[in-house]
Design a binder for this molecule. Sequence first.
Ligand code: HEM
Length: 268
Amino acid sequence: MTLEKHLETKADKALKAAAVFWFFVAVIGQWLFVYYIAVHYGGGIAQGDFEAWKNTSIKGHVDGDISGNFFFITHVLMAAIITFGGTLQLVPQIRERAINFHRWNGRLFILMAFVMSLGGLYLVWVRGAVLAVIGGVGTSLNAILIMIFAFMAVQKARKYDLSAHRRWALRTFLMVNGVWFFRVGFMAWILINQAPVGSTENPDGPFDIIWAFANFLLPLAVLEIYFYTQKDAGSVGKFVMAAGLFTLSLLMAVGIFGAYLMMWSPNF
Ligand code: HEM
């Protein structure tokens, strides 16, 4: 084997290892989010006690608002299912050994992605569950991208164009997890700066405005660079991407740690 070929193999391996590491960290964080939703919202529904929701929601449960409460409760319950189900879609062993599960779980994921995006738009613009208009615009763009990408992922799967399906499905996965990235990124930012720099109570500070869009556009940009590197870059590019992805995963781990301590732990 020539030195060049040897380097290429090593670079491919490094990139794959960085992607697997990213996925492991993300799964831990997403399952902690699922755990929080199940205990906090599921527990509240089971006991008919909605008091604790006041700390974590903008409108949450409002006495007498039947349609608003219905939209909110279905939204949070689906959030747990879609987040958990999404992580299973990315496990290659499940795709290889249980393709029917992948198909049905995928259909459920796409259906919920549409229902949650439309329901989310209702919560923002009809129910008024929004703190700053710019945040509402950000989540609305997120909702539109979720639906476009989900549509593309289904189209490509139907045509058996599996490499395009993989790319659109990964884009959809990241868009659906915008809500999760929002929390994890915000917590990483606070922990690193030791203060919510650029964020206000409203929230309409410089960080709030940038993060309202970057929470889903930044992961999307990283994914596009990853796709490009995987296909077209040389060994050096792949090593740099692997190092970048590894660093971002560590940053994500910091954010997950912060989110668990400050938002998702049952003691919070
Ligand atoms: C599809 C992926 C989504 C997931 C997993 C998700 C998850 C959640 C969760 C867990 C909450 C409860 C807040 C908390 O306890 O942290 C929530 C609230 C909310 N979501 Fe989503 N969401 C998604 C998409 C969207 C979209 C696309 C929009 C807007 C277009 C949206 C709008 C809202 C609003 C306005 C609330 C706050 C309601 C309130 O506090 O009264 N969501 N979401």
